[in-house]
Design a protein around this ligand. Sequence first.
Ligand code: ATP
Ligand code: MG
Length: 267
Amino acid sequence: MAYLDLTNISKTYGTDGRKVQAVAPLTLAMDRGQIVTFLGPSGCGKTTVMRMVGGLETPTTGTITLDGARLGGPDRRRGMVFQSYAAFPWLTVAGNIRLGLKYRADLSASDREDTVNRFIELVGLKGFADSYTNQISGGMRQRVAIARTLAANPDILLMDEPFGALDALTREHLQNKLLEINRTAGKTTIFVTHDVEEAILLAHRLVVFSARPARVLEDINVTEQLGPDDRDQALRDTPAFLSLRREVQQIIRAEYIRAEAEAAHAP
Ligand SMILES: Nc1ncnc2c1ncn2[C@@H]1O[C@H](COP(=O)(O)OP(=O)(O)OP(=O)(O)O)[C@@H](O)[C@H]1O
Ligand SMILES: [Mg+2]
């Protein structure tokens, strides 16, 4: 049994009148410490899959197990960064991150403050610790949410387009940090993005989903293709990376064309 097992999970929203099947029965097994990235057309069901793993949405069918035990509602083992900014406006930057540490019994009071500062720095918000999150920009708020989730040190990181709103260099910085955290702490991570390069750069495994309802179209072993760890931004320029990027782009394009044709022929 894998560390994180999604077995035949599906999700249908709505009731009799208007049903939307967001996720087709889908099976995915992840090893501990693995970073799996998700790519797929907008609206295909990626966030829905994440919310089911996070315990925020109940699968219509199927089961999700972590370390052999069936998962229920949200708990501290799973930390989620949402697609939209999810920082608490009534707290300061530091207050938001401190909240992430609430359940960390391993930290003394002084460690706690050090950790808050470390994560503020990690996401490049030094100097904004005492700003309220409605006084900072959208991308900064997103970084607060990222810092809070990382600081909480969950077993599993669920990151839904976390870097979407950030400029290219901030994004690269946080990609490097995420890789570093994975290397040192072996954190099992699911990462959704629309950026093909980001999806390859971060992944041990890259899963491409079909158009809605989401099913696994391709499950690519990126580590095998690009070699093991010590990833950095320079990887983007290597022939293996460029050829994988081309391959993934072709898969996505073909799926887009297929879904368009299917929609055109729908009754
Ligand atoms: N709470 C909900 N109630 C009803 N339908 C929903 C709900 N949430 C999502 N859906 C529908 O489920 C489908 C999948 O949505 P989801 O947010 O999972 O897609 P996504 O792959 O994350 O898209 P994007 O890349 O744009 O973020 C969409 O058709 C959406 O309209
Ligand atoms: Mg989404």
